[in-house]
Ligand binder design. Sequence first.
Ligand code: DAH
Length: 340
Amino acid sequence: MQEKIEKIKQELANLEAENITELEKIRIYFLGKKGILTALFEELKLLQPEEKKIYGKQLNELKNQIQYFINSKKRELELKSAESQTKIDFTRPADIFHPSSLHPINIVKNRIINIFARIGFDIAEDIEIEDDWHNFTALNFPTDHPARDMQDTFFIERDPDIVLRTHTSSVQIRIMESQKPPIRYIFPGRVYRNEAISSRSHVFFHQVEGLYIDYNVSFADLKDTLEYLAQSLFDPSTKIRLRPSYFPFTEPSAEMDISCNLCDGDGCSFCKNTGWVEILGCGMVHPNVLNNCNIDPNIFSGFAFGLGIERITNLLFSINDLRLFSENDLNFLHLFSTLE
Ligand code: DAH
């Protein structure tokens, strides 16, 4: 027994394992069912009690040593393989770092704000959850006007008087109720409509509203201001065209087209060969609207206009799907990282 124990001790001193398979072989060799240590424990049973005591202790020590070797070696090998898996490859090209950038809607919104700031317009924003008065009634919408229809407007179920504003024209009323002329403002903001989401319509989008109320404000002032806007936003050679239209809150009302910025007005598939694309609605503020806000239409007059930021952004950057603006697709957003 003593000899066999000595032999195992020697073997233990030289133990080495390169990998987990070798380690498992070592375990089986010593401690497996037919392992040499297991066999010695069997032999131990046949010895005299005195010898049993001496050799039993030695065998248990050996068993512990072997177990310790196996456990610590196993941990060492596992660590090594984890390390080799996370080894840094210095030849790999670095990931492209994208600094944060402005959303295209904000880029265009800021451009419009700057254009109007240069000619003395202030900027105001107001609430998106509106009441019927500010969104419709004060803006001279007849009670049966189709825009009040459930199709277009998000109403709050509990209270039909509360709506998600369908346009930024509501801010006209809030400002005229709280300030006296001269009033010269633009109101950028988000608006909501109950529409099916597609490439051409969405449940929310963005508008910029303009309002100028003073003595003797004329349609010529409106036209001049809008031409300045179009030529600042697009090419300085851009032409504008005003077509008669109808809005309850303006009289007369018009829609404004600009010469197509893709074909310079020659006609292309984008402008359906007309050479013109529509960009906004406008008009002279209706006397009823001024009255509703306690501004005397016999003393003051004014113009208003409203444009969709998405529409302008589509024209400027040739984007043809509204959904791109709210999908947070980084590949799309990074296209604008160098613009302001
Ligand atoms: N509020 C209109 C809309 O959402 C746009 C508009 C048209 C605004 C004419 C105006 C305006 O201020 O004068 O379609």
